[in-house]
Write a new protein. Structure first.
Lengths: 291, 291
């Protein structure tokens, strides 16, 4: 089954556990609105890709792999909901449709994010996954989403007057990519630490690509407002070092990503996949810039 | 050690894990602001009390008991932060001091709640707790905090036009009390289902006491605004059935609570404790009303 089909299927299946007859109808609808239709699903695709870097016999725990893929995507969707709120980016569109809070209200938006965050841990603690794996997955996910270098810390750096840009990007963007590679590794019984650097590098590349898109993209292509970094006085590498250097850094990072793939059963195929995936989020326009 | 001393100690110790050098300074401070000084700490007191209803040899996993106590309190504090936001109750004071968002801003308030929610799962997945216990604790906590009958569902009912009052109270208030009794039971190796009803009943009693306080209390005694239910058109049992019936129901509930204590090693002592604890949150003024 193709990765994108598998991901949509498992998101439909696992997100169904987030509502039942005791769930207020509007909350059920806003959870659905937050998850479908999705964006590029890059993080769960990365989970599936890392798991497939191991031989079939190590991929026995499909429940753990699927739960990991769904959890990183649900956490990502929760972070997007919060990012778009008036008190953060005040963005009115996302993934080509009105931002969730503009449709369902700020209160329901906050609760939808809560539902998704709690839901991640619910599906990772599923009884179909052995307890030791569950506990390890949950420890890693909390590490990458919480207030110690996780996405919560990343977002909170924006409220500080002095920011370490690398720490900010590593936590705001890198951490969830690291969660993707590390949770996948845990799910196949590999050492998550071996996969940590790869996740962070992909996160860095993604962040630079996002900064470039915020500078040159247009709202229709991107599905969300552009030029937000300037408007919100937020760090953007293009604004800091110029387009040529930013593009050069992005291209170098993609090479670093490919080289940093750790030993695994299907290393070569995985490197090819990673290269293809990188092309999904790198803006086409960059070929005009630095070689 | 007295329960309240133990609870403050463990909250200080466990909340310290929610920030390190990678945590933005304001977030570290707002997490501290959210947790200290606390309110009555009723939920973690309930965790400790249930654990002490079992003999010492069953209370070996002090790490699990402490993590459970801290988790229910951290989750409660997170829910208070969100409740007070402009898009929910728009309350400007809590626990006798300015509400968190009025001091740290709405954005930081939302992130502080995130940090606490993720932090709960982090401390329950601690390596010092055996994996099977961790996974069971996390499953229960997600059940009582998520969108299927948990506090997220409870809060979201307020945005609906038609509400089942019992379902609303059970999820908004009862669920976290049930989490307290059930997590405590899991921590001592007892069956959490035996303790579920007790938690829900305590939650119901607490909710009625809260409704009564909202009607007759004054802001100084309570540390938060009163009369909010009328202002926000929210269900309040006193407004629905009158003070006499509400007080009668509360008194009957306290008796039900005491009778519903399941079999355990120190049942009699636990019943005494529960009676004492109930008196901590029952408004003194009710003696004027129904016998």
């Amino acid at each position: 089954m193709q990765a994108h089909v598998r991901i949509e299927q498992l998101l439909v299946e696992l997100s169904a556990r987030l509502s039942n007859s005791t769930t207020p109808p509007k909350l059920t609808q806003s959870i659905d609105y937050a998850l479908f239709p999705g964006g590029a699903r890059i993080r769960p695709r990365l989970v599936i890709a890392v798991s497939e870097a191991y031989s079939t016999d190590k991929r026995q725990s499909r429940t753990a792999i699927n739960a990991s893929a769904a959890a990183v995507e649900m956490m990502h969707c929760a972070s997007l909901i919060q990012d778009d709120l008036k008190c953060f980016d005040d963005a009115d569109s996302r993934r080509g449709k009105p931002a969730l809070h503009t449709v369902w209200g700020a209160g329901n938006a906050i609760l939808t994010a809560d539902a998704l965050i709690v839901g991640c841990f619910q599906i990772l603690a599923d009884e179909g996954i052995d307890s030791a794996t569950s506990a390890a997955l949950i420890r890693k996910l909390t590490r990458h989403t919480g207030s110690c270098g996780g996405i919560t810390a990343g977002q909170a750096w924006e409220a500080e007057t002095t920011i370490d840009l690398d720490a900010y990007h590593a936590s705001k963007t890198g951490s969830l990519f690291a969660a993707a590679t590390e949770l996948a590794a845990i799910s196949v019984g590999a050492n998550p630490d071996d996969w940590s650097r790869l996740g962070l590098l992909i996160g860095s590349a993604y962040q630079i690509a996002d900064d470039i898109r915020d500078t040159i993209g247009n709202t229709n292509d991107l599905g969300k407002p552009v030029g937000k970094d300037v408007e919100l006085h937020r760090p953007n590498i293009v604004l800091q070092v110029g387009m040529n250097k930013a593009v050069a850094r992005l291209k170098r990072l993609v090479e670093d990503v490919v080289e940093s793939v750790p030993n695994c059963d299907n290393r070569f195929e995985f490197q090819k996949t990673v290269h293809q995936e990188a092309n999904r989020f790198i803006p086409k326009e960059i070929d005009r810039y630095a070689a």
